[in-house]
Design a protein around this ligand. Structure first.
Ligand SMILES: [Zn+2]
Ligand SMILES: [Zn+2]
Length: 147
């Protein structure tokens, strides 16, 4: 059986008590390489009460364990932050929305270009969303063109 230590450490680092429910939800989010919506988590954890999932996400967000992403699909997606993240403007990074499989990816290592705002405007957050075809879908496309 896989150890929960990595999830417990992540939770404790953000001052969140590592209950088994929180570990379960964090693990479900870290299991997949893309961002998940509330509905995705409800599907994945169909034995868990929906309001518990919602409350847990709200707690995770408020402690900067995860961040929300508006990808234009209509539902907010959530992704686990890197462990040093404070969710400040400096921690903002590029997001990618695949128009084929509708998955949203966090590119935590790709910084957002510096933007010069007109005088008097103060930046508080930034949403940098690239849209296109993800590598999985691009690979599939290659295969189908061979057939
Ligand atoms: Zn895709
Ligand atoms: Zn992200």
């Amino acid at each position: 059986m896989e150890s929960n230590q990595v999830y417990i450490e992540r939770l404790e680092k953000k001052n969140i008590k590592p209950t088994s429910m929180r570990i379960l939800i964090l693990r479900a989010m870290m299991d997949v390489p893309y961002a998940v919506s509330l509905a995705d988590l409800e599907d994945k954890l169909d034995t868990v009460d929906k309001s518990t999932i919602f409350r847990t996400l709200t707690l995770f967000l408020s402690r900067h364990l995860i961040h929300g992403i508006e990808d234009g699909s209509g539902s907010l997606k959530y992704e686990v932050c890197s462990s040093e993240c404070e969710c400040s403007v400096d921690d903002m990074h590029t997001h990618f929305y695949c128009e084929k499989c509708h998955r949203t990816f966090c590119f935590k290592r790709i910084q957002i270009p510096v933007i010069d705002l007109p005088e008097g405007f103060i930046m508080e957050s930034i949403n940098y969303m690239v849209k296109g075809i993800c590598s999985d879908c691009a690979g599939k496309e290659d295969l189908s063109s061979c057939i």
